[in-house]
Design a protein around this ligand. Structure first.
Ligand code: ZN
Ligand code: ZN
Ligand code: FE
Length: 764
């Protein structure tokens, strides 16, 4: 990140002679000159380093003078070493933005302005080492001015591979839905802005793919977008012109502000202001908005033409990856967008916007892509080369090399042919760029995940060992790894779905262990998922399945219960048969589904259009002032009951061969009583959340493991995460949360690597 030119400039300040070299081991500098100058050089080096440079360690030693005649930047490739580090894309720096906005600058209004401190990286790299011929900028020949900057060690654009200007670089065009060129250059930008001002939907080719953009205030235009995409309820992200405009949308606390303006520039989830200039259907029923700031000059220039924030959602169809080629965009988005603002700098690979939030005072990721991928997560020990293919939803893949685990950008749900093709592209991309020959391939235990099948059927050059990894074990191992923990912990791994070692659907698990091994110490009492996958889309099915376990068939006809009312009598008969015979009704211990069931009981959602919708509604319904809770007892399998908050010292639970069970029956009964008494959903939702927190604490005390990791999709619930963490904290536990990878299945691939590595290690 511009480190060598920085060293060059620093050396020039004192007329020091010598060289600087960058290779896989780090940066090496040899300088000779006056002793006091050398001391000052050494002192300024870490202090004045470029904004994106991180110095892990700095060592120096005195050598005899060689008598260098000049200071030079030596090239790593001359030494035969190849740097494997690919950098993520970096949001436009203030220097570049200033130039793009300066009427006197030769880059005034130029949407592709960049320098060594900012601009595209991962999205333009086609081959390593990172050099212009190995990028999609290869086709543009630098003009004399740009070339001079590129060659001048004192220039901010020294060796800036994507360096470009209006005379020599990429250009904009506005296309109609039929691919006809309507305008080029500045005119294209202005006409795109005109279209946005007049309620049109514009597909904008950005850094890692297309966005669909439109006026965030325009409910009718948004409704049109939702209908065309189709995407009924899932929140859309917003792009605000600048921090000031973001503050009209949301509360922006200092840590969130730092994230918004950081070089990573993710979408940040923030509390929505009541008078925010955004229509309600941007994020229906959601008290938060996902906001990002412009991160390329193109976005800056476009947003500056407008006096309102825009919706900027991924240019894709539901479950498909984001479009990166204009021809492909016309084909796939032609029925959604009214115009296409495109450019002729090819995108080497899709990279979505990352999604982040601040929880417990730390920035944390919910989707890891632009700005973060493919930076590695550093693990405590050197690992064999392992490829992990991730899960099924929110898929990412990971590759370990030495102490680094490279994690791919978010790929998405492997539900469509396009998504599967993207998955295969990312895997081959990774193996090719890093020249890796994995000794092992880690995959989920679920036999039907497409990623699992791919791992089993893939033909690799060298035969690699396969390691099936239990889904929740991977969640736990990921959380341990990114927190640098090598010992064991209690993993509270709560999510929607994961294939268990017993072949049932797990999801409300307490796993004690480390990357090598785990014991399932506790879980939710199992229930039936009536209709299998259909139950995921229909919380009413889960609610009735729970009630059926308690009350039998009679409950299906209780018209006073919302989930029962939501079914026709004939459907209820079918449901009863399913549950009685266990046909298409697999057993589950899913915590995610328990959320769904309660959301259906209080009638927030009987059916959902996206994963997590009902659980989110339940979280948002909570009255935070409510302190009461519901009974959610921890019992042993022989039903010897231990009530919540039982003093564990007095009455230790035996952690025998069979796991402890969290019995939801008293909880569901209490919810029904509250419903009959007319208690408001806000209070029921609060008591439910409190019961979950109590239950987790109770299990943690029963197990007695000092470290507790909170992981799995359920910990995208802020209330659950914050309250649980705080209570565990107060009780003296060390709480481990995710920050570098998401708690959802986007983090699975990291965990799979660690589990496979531990198993490989144990064998040898
Ligand atoms: Zn810059
Ligand atoms: Zn130029
Ligand atoms: Fe999961």
């Amino acid at each position: 990140m511009g480190f060598r030119p920085f060293v060059y400039r620093l050396a020039a300040d004192y007329a020091l002679m010598g060289w600087v070299l960058n290779d896989t081991r780090g940066v090496f500098i040899e300088v000779e000159g006056d002793r006091s100058d050398l001391a000052r050089f050494l002192e300024r080096l870490p202090r004045e380093r470029p904004p994106l440079a991180i110095i892990h360690s700095l060592d120096s030693t005195w050598l005899n003078p060689v008598g260098y005649q000049r200071f030079e930047i030596r090239h790593s490739d001359e030494q035969g070493a190849k740097t494997v580090l690919m950098l993520p894309d970096v949001a436009t720096c203030t220097d570049c933005l200033t130039e793009a906005l300066d009427p006197m600058d030769r880059r005034h209004g130029y949407p592709f302005t960049n320098c060594t401190n900012c601009g595209p990286r991962f999205t333009i790299i086609q081959a390593l080492p990172y050099d212009r011929p190995g990028t999609t900028m290869r086709r543009f020949v630098m003009c004399r001015d740009c070339q001079a900057e590129y060659e001048n060690p004192l220039d901010r654009r020294f060796h800036a591979q994507p360096n470009a200007c209006p005379a020599c670089g990429p250009n904009l065009a506005l296309w109609s839905v039929s691919g006809e060129i309507l305008a080029e250059g500045d005119a294209a930008l202005r006409r795109a802005a005109d279209a946005l001002r007049s309620a049109q939907i514009v597909a904008v080719k950005g850094l890692g793919g297309f966005h669909l953009m439109l006026d965030a205030r325009d409910a009718a235009a948004l409704a049109r977008l939702r209908e065309r995409k189709p995407r009924r309820d899932k929140p859309f992200a917003l792009m605000a012109r600048d921090l000031d405009q973001a503050r009209t949308l949301c509360q922006v606390p200092p840590q969130a502000e730092a994230l918004l303006v950081s070089p990573k520039s993710p979408i940040v989830l923030l509390p929505r202001l009541p008078d925010a200039p955004a229509a309600d259907n941007v994020a229906p029923g959601n008290p938060t908005l996902g906001v990002m700031l412009p991160y390329t000059p193109l976005h800056h220039l476009l947003l500056r033409e407008l006096d309102f924030p825009v919706v900027a959602t991924s240019g894709n169809l539901t479950d498909e990856p984001i479009c990166i080629h204009e021809e492909e965009a016309i084909q796939r988005l032609g029925h959604i967008a009214d115009f296409f603002l495109i450019h002729d700098r090819p995108i080497a690979r899709h990279v979505d916007d990352s999604v982040a939030w601040v929880v417990r005072g730390e920035p944390r990721l919910l989707r890891r892509a632009r700005g973060y991928a493919p930076l590695p997560v550093l693990v405590p020990r050197s690992l064999p080369t392992i490829l992990a293919v991730g899960g099924h939803l929110k898929n990412t893949v990971a590759l370990s090399i030495d102490r680094q685990v490279f994690i791919s950008q978010h790929i998405g749900d492997l539900e469509t042919v396009e998504a599967m093709a993207a998955f295969e592209r990312v895997v081959s991309d990774f193996l090719r760029l890093y020249e890796a020959r994995p000794a092992a391939i880690a995959h989920d235990m679920h036999p039907d995940y497409l990623s699992t099948r791919w791992a089993k059927e893939g033909d690799f050059e060298s035969p690699a060992r396969l390691f099936p990894v239990q889904h929740h074990h991977a969640h736990l191992a990921a959380c341990l790894a990114e927190n640098g923990v090598e010992g064991s912990a209690l993993g509270v791994t709560w999510d929607g779905t994961g294939y268990g070692t017993d072949g049932t659907v797990w999801g409300g698990e307490f796993l004690q262990g480390d990357a090598a091994d785990f014991i399932r110490v506790a879980h939710l009492r199992p229930f039936r998922l009536a209709g299998g996958d259909a139950a995921i889309k229909e919380p009413r099915r889960v609610a009735l399945a729970l009630l059926w376990e308690i009350y039998g068939d009679a409950v299906l006809d209780r018209e006073d219960l919302a989930p029962a009312r939501a079914f026709r009598p004939s459907e209820r008969r079918l449901l009863s048969q399913m549950l009685a015979r266990g046909l298409n009704a697999p057993m589950t211990t899913s915590a995610g589904r328990l959320f769904d069931a309660v959301a259906a009981l209080v009638d927030l959602h009987q059916q959902v259009t996206f994963e997590g919708q009902a659980a989110m509604a339940l979280e948002f319904a909570v009255d935070p002032g409510v302190q009461e809770t519901y009974p959610f007892p921890l019992v042993t399998t022989n039903q010897e009951q231990h009530m919540l908050n039982a003093r564990v010292e007095d009455q230790p639970l035996s952690l025998g061969p069979s796991p402890l069970i969290l019995d939801w029956q008293p909880l569901v009964e209490a919810v029904l009583e509250d419903l009959q008494r007319g208690v408001k959903p806000a209070i029921i939702a609060a008591r439910f959340h409190n019961a979950l927190v109590d239950a987790i604490l109770c299990v943690a005390q029963a197990v007695g493991e000092q470290r507790v990791a909170l992981t799995g999709g359920c910990f995208q619930n802020r209330l659950l995460t914050e309250r649980t963490a705080q209570r565990l904290d107060e009780a003296g536990f060390q709480v481990l949360l995710h920050s570098q990878v998401p708690p959802n299945d986007g983090g699975i691939s990291l965990g799979q690597v660690l589990v496979a590595a531990a198993q490989l290690e144990r064998e040898t």
